[in-house]
Design a protein around this ligand. Structure first.
Ligand SMILES: Cc1ncc(COP(=O)(O)O)c(C=O)c1O
Length: 379
């Protein structure tokens, strides 16, 4: 079976005993060690252990190895499956969620999609609040997965009507319900400390790893992976932030915490960019060695380049990460090995990022190299 040859899959729930609902794992996820067989236990057992893809054209061009963790191969289609699994397990283990309960979350989409899958597989109801700026594809998918979805106006975190606060209040109104609070619930960071970090370390152990870089939404991926890689390498792996326009974290990291200014205006990337340091990012933000601000023009162009040259069909936050890994490679010099995250696939955004009209409305159509514009096949 090809997937098991590639190192797929992490036996997430398979090590636990089924105690209630449909299945609740009682023991922890242990990356790799449990992945001895071809059969995994249900949806949750299929989370993790994604391949690490050498992006050949960019690697050859930079004289480095640019490595993308293929999170679009997660069972729910994104890196957020890991966080979703960990926040649900955390709630179960703390006794906050019992058989037949309800999971409520505020999410730009992918965590909600992971949660909706996990809720179906474990017999919970799923309620999702999300900013109404998110793609129609994600909203529709959530509904098809049986979630109750509330798209609400996108307002800042300090506004009580922000989607996260609405999610918290919804959970408070119900019995046997939990607001999984992905932004500040450190079970999210733990998912990446226990799985993403160890997997990347294991996958690069033969030839080594010099750098890791990715963007942040909740900060869970960057923080947990950085924490693990720093520990495992005795601080040798450089870990950097990749930040989109409109986020404050580039200024925060490059000023070593002295400033928190937005760099640029908003971004077309979804799921990343932050206006604050979340509890997930806080423990590790000082470990970061640098930050790169990536403009939307470069991210859009990379989506099309990776499709044309590598056959990879990836979302905009993933493309931003790959641009960042490319630039980090140029900064670190030839011969280095840089890993990043391919967070999800393009299908979730295709009516936007492959629509000529939409791209033009964002002044991004011209950013696509002329010979690649034919891929913008949607009106
Ligand atoms: C597409 C996409 N990329 C990246 C991220 C950021 O991951 P994290 O929340 O771990 O910082 C998210 C988070 O929702 C996402 O949906």
């Amino acid at each position: 079976m090809l997937r098991s040859v590639c190192g797929k899959r992490l036996a997430a729930c398979s090590v636990g005993s089924a105690v209630s609902v449909r299945r609740i794992a009682t023991s922890g996820l242990r990356a790799y060690q449990n992945n001895q067989g071809n059969v995994v236990d249900g949806f949750c057992g299929a989370v993790g252990n994604t391949p690490l893809i050498r992006i050949n054209t960019l690697s050859d061009e930079t004289g480095c190895d640019i490595l993308g963790k293929a999170e679009f191969m997660e069972p729910g289609g994104s890196v957020k499956d890991r966080a979703a699994l960990f926040v649900v397990r955390d709630a179960e283990q703390k006794g906050l969620l019992k058989a037949g309960g309800t999971v409520v979350e505020g999410t730009a989409g992918n965590t909600g999609i992971g949660l909706a899958h996990i809720c179906r597989s474990r017999g919970y109801r799923c309620v999702i609040y999300m900013p109404n700026t998110q793609s129609e594809e994600k909203i529709n998918l959530l509904r098809m997965l049986g979630a109750e979805v509330y798209p609400v106006p996108a307002v800042p975190f300090d506004n009580p009507e922000n989607y996260n606060h609405q999610a918290r209040r919804h959970a408070e109104r119900l019995d046997n319900a939990v607001w999984t609070n992905q932004f500040d619930n450190v079970a999210n960071r733990e998912a990446h400390y226990q799985t993403t970090g160890p997997e990347i370390w294991e996958q690069t152990k033969e030839k080594g790893l010099d750098g890791f870089i990715c963007g942040t939404g909740t900060g869970g991926t960057l923080a947990g992976t950085t924490a693990y890689l720093k520990e495992a390498s005795q601080n040798k792996v450089q870990c950097w932030l990749a930040d989109p326009p409109g986020s404050v974290l580039y200024s925060y990291v490059t000023s070593k915490g002295k400033e928190m200014k937005r760099t640029g205006n908003g971004s077309i990337t979804e799921g990343i960019g932050q206006g604050r340091v979340t509890d997930n990012l806080k423990p590790d933000v000082e470990k970061l060695d640098g930050a790169l601000h990536i403009e939307d023009e470069a991210s859009i162009a990379m989506i099309y380049r990776l499709l044309d040259e590598e056959g990879l069909y990836i979302g905009a936050s993933s493309a931003l990460n790959v641009v960042a890994a490319y630039r980090m490679a140029q900064k670190l010099g030839k011969g280095k090995r840089i890993a990043t995250i391919i967070c999800d696939g393009a299908a979730r955004y295709q009516t936007r990022i492959f629509s000529k009209k939409w791209l033009e409305s964002k002044n991004l159509y011209q950013a696509i190299p002329e010979n690649l514009r034919h891929y913008a096949a949607l009106p």
